[in-house]
Ligand binder design. Structure first.
Ligand code: BDR
Ligand code: CA
Length: 321
C-alpha cells in the first residue's frame, strides 16, 4: 500500500512512523508535517531524525502548515503539550541531527503531486491538525478527491475530548480546517479518542524493547515511558499509554481492526463553548450518502499486542545488525 503520513511529529506520531516502517505491506512514499504537538520546524526535524533512526533515508519529508487557518502568528505549543511530548516533541530523547533536509516542495504541493501520480492507489493517514489536507483540497479538489483512502486520527464522538471536555487535540488545533475537511464531500475514516483510548501499551511491552544494542528499541522505549507518564485527560487523570497515531496507521493497512463503525456526515463546532467538538452535521442528516466512517470500536487488545510485537521486531533486527 502506498502511504503518506501527515504528522505533527510528537511521540505517538514517531511511534506511527515506526509502526509503518515495520509493516511489509506499507510503501512509505513520504511524510508531510504540520504544527501541533510542536512547532512545524520541530515536527519536520523529528520526522527526518526518526526516518534516519529507522534506516529509511530515501523517504522524503515535506514541511507544511506553521499555524492554523486565520492565525496571524506562527503557532507555539502550549506548556501542557510540551509536558506531554517533551520540549523537543520526542520525550527529551536525543536523536542525532538529521543529515538530510526537507523537500523544497511544501506539504500541500507534495500531497497534490502524489495524489495526481497515484490517485486511488494512494492512502493518506493524518495524525495532526487537518490544515495541510484542507489547504491541499482547497488548491486542487480533484486531486485530493482522487486519493484512494484517507484515514485521520481526529476527534471524539462518543467520549469526552482530551484538550477540553468537548475537543480532541488534532481537531481543536485547527477546528476551522477540520470543519472544512469534513464538509468537503470526500470519504474519510475517522479514528478518534473513541477507539484510541482503548488501545493501550503496557510497561512490560515497553520494557521488552529495551534491547542492549538497539538504538531503535531504546529510543522508542524512552519516548514511550515519557509519554505514558505525562499524557493526561482535561481533568489531569493519566490516560495510560493510548496508541492514538499508530492505530490510524493500522486501520489504514488493516481495516478489519475496526469492529464497529458509524457511517455519518461529520462536522466540527467552531467559535463556541464547544469549539472543536466533532458531531453529526444537521444540514446533511437526511442525505442518502455519507462521507465519514467514524470508528467506535476496534479489536483493541489484538492491535496493542500486534503493535508491541512489531516494534519488538524492529528492535531485535536492529540489535542483530
Ligand atoms: C492526538 O493529538 C496529538 O497530541 C497526538 O499526537 C495525537 O495525534 C491525540 O489527541
Ligand atoms: Ca499526532
Amino acid at each position: 500500500m502506498n502511504l503518506i503520513l501527515d504528522l505533527d511529529t510528537g511521540i505517538d506520531d514517531a511511534l506511527a512512523i515506526s509502526y509503518a516502517a515495520s509493516q511489509s505491506d506499507a510503501n512509505l512514499l513520504g511524510i508531510t508535517t504540520a504544527f501541533g504537538n510542536v512547532r512545524v520546524e520541530t515536527a519536520t526535524r523529528n520526522s527526518l531524525a526518526m526516518l534516519e533512526l529507522l534506516g529509511l533515508t530515501d523517504v522524503p519529508v515535506a514541511q507544511g502548515a506553521d499555524r492554523p487557518w486565520g492565525a496571524e502568528e506562527k503557532y507555539v505549543p502550549s506548556e501542557t503539550l510540551l509536558q506531554v511530548h517533551g520540549r523537543n516533541g520526542i520525550g527529551e530523547v536525543v536523536l542525532p541531527e538529521p543529515q538530510r533536509m526537507p523537500e523544497t516542495t511544501n506539504a500541500v504541493d507534495f500531497l497534490i503531486s502524489k495524489a495526481r501520480e497515484y490517485g486511488k492507489d494512494l492512502t493518506l493517514v493524518t495524525t495532526g491538525p487537518m490544515t495541510n489536507l484542507a489547504d491541499a483540497f482547497k488548491k486542487d479538489p480533484e486531486a485530493i478527491s482522487s486519493i484512494g483512502k484517507i484515514v485521520s486520527m481526529a476527534g471524539a464522538l462518543t467520549v469526552p475530548g482530551n484538550v477540553t471536555r468537548y475537543a480532541e487535540a488534532n481537531i481543536v488545533n485547527d477546528a476551522a480546517a477540520a470543519k472544512y475537511v469534513f464538509e468537503s464531500g470526500f470519504d474519510i475514516t475517522v479514528v478518534g479518542l473513541d477507539v484510541t483510548l482503548r488501545t493501550l501499551l503496557s510497561g512490560n511491552d515497553i520494557n521488552a524493547w529495551k534491547q542492549p544494542n538497539s538504538a531503535i528499541g531504546n529510543a522508542l522505549a524512552q519516548m514511550s515511558d515519557y509519554y505514558y507518564a505525562n499524557e493526561t485527560d482535561p481533568d489531569g487523570n493519566s490516560v495510560g499509554g493510548a496508541l492514538h497515531d499508530p492505530l490510524a496507521v493500522d486501520i489504514a493497512l488493516h481495516p478489519e481492526t475496526i469492529t464497529y463503525q458509524v457511517p455519518m456526515n461529520l462536522t466540527v463546532e467552531v467559535g463556541c463553548e464547544s469549539n472543536g467538538r466533532t458531531i453529526g452535521d444537521l444540514n446533511r442528516l437526511t442525505d442518502e450518502t455519507t462521507t465519514a466512517i467514524v470508528c467506535t470500536n476496534v479489536e483493541a487488545a489484538g492491535f496493542s499486542r500486534r503493535f508491541a510485537a512489531a516494534i519488538l521486531g524492529l528492535a531485535n533486527r536492529d540489535q542483530a545488525q
